[in-house]
Design a binder for this molecule. Structure first.
Ligand code: NDP
Length: 241
């Protein structure tokens, strides 16, 4: 069913758990949202499927593995019938991986896998989503980055560690800025959700997912053309590059 005429449309990667799941959950609290929740194994995403029964908004679940380029190139075929003529308002590149390593211990294959998932995947997802964003109203791309990708913050956060991850997020930040330069008609934001209690963030993290995600949604819905290319926190503060 295509029902985008009076709904705001969202595509979220990595929606099976963690931040992507909570983004989906909060958006579905409003009937005005249609969420395309992308995950690599929909049949295992039971919590996500369960949202359908309580959702006030509209939920569609599609299969997407962001380190598999064929999977990304198949995405338009899956989302076109959902979006119809209405297009896509918001793309959130959220799926990501983190493995602990240092410059002198990193496994080159892990660095490549991390770049493929955290940087190259979002680049290609954005490419295939642009024709849909062009038809949408908001025209916003939100890349979920991390303060660990900030060189200016590297003495304070993750000193010497999580090297592949930090490289991938620094590259994602640059990708976001390049997109802003190439496409002034889009609003491209790179954003750190804070340290959030998820499988990746661990239970030692500072923020409950609900708090982080409420902030993220406020930041991205309020973002204007003047904010495009910014590196922001979940509270809207600018993060030094
Ligand atoms: P989780 O590990 O809890 O969840 C990661 C999500 O990404 C899962 O839905 C997972 O799917 C999905 N994913 C991973 N690899 C792929 C892939 N190849 N294809 C498709 N989906 C994939 O992480 P968070 O929710 O905490 O993190 C979400 C984003 O937020 C990431 O980009 C992360 O870097 C960023 N972030 C998180 C912070 C935190 O404190 N939590 C801090 C800063 C940034 P599956 O269930 O199939 O494995």
């Amino acid at each position: 069913m295509s029902s985008t005429a009076c709904q705001t449309t969202w595509l979220i990667t990595g929606a099976s758990r963690g931040i992507g799941f909570e983004l989906t959950r909060q958006l579905l609290e409003s009937p005005s949202n249609l969420v395309i929740a992308a995950c690599r194994t929909p049949e295992k995403a039971t919590a996500l499927s369960a949202l359908k029964s309580s959702a006030k908004g509209t939920l569609h679940i599609v299969k997407l593995q962001v380190d598999d380029f064929a999977s990304i190139r198949a995405l338009p075929t899956a989302i076109a019938p959902i979006l119809g003529e209405g297009g896509l308002d918001y793309l959130i590149n959220n799926a990501g991986i983190l493995k602990e390593d240092t410059p002198l211990t990193l496994d080159p294959e892990v660095l490549l896998e991390t770049l493929r998932t955290n940087t190259v995947g979002p680049a290609l997802v954005t490419q295939v989503a642009v024709p849909f964003l062009e038809k949408g109203g908001a025209k916003k791309v939100l890349n979920i980055s991390s303060t660990l990708g900030s060189i200016a913050s590297a003495e304070t956060f993750g000193k010497g560690t999580v090297t592949s991850y930090s490289i991938s997020k620094a590259a994602l930040n640059m990708l976001t800025y390049k997109l802003k330069q190439e496409r002034p008609d889009l609003i491209a934001i790179t954003l750190c959700p804070g340290w959030v209690k998820t499988d990746m963030g661990t239970q030692a993290a500072q923020l409950e997912p609900a708090e982080s995600i409420a902030g993220i949604l406020k930041v991205i819905t309020c973002a204007t053309a003047a904010d495009s290319g910014k590196y922001l926190s979940h509270s809207g503060a600018e993060i030094p590059w």
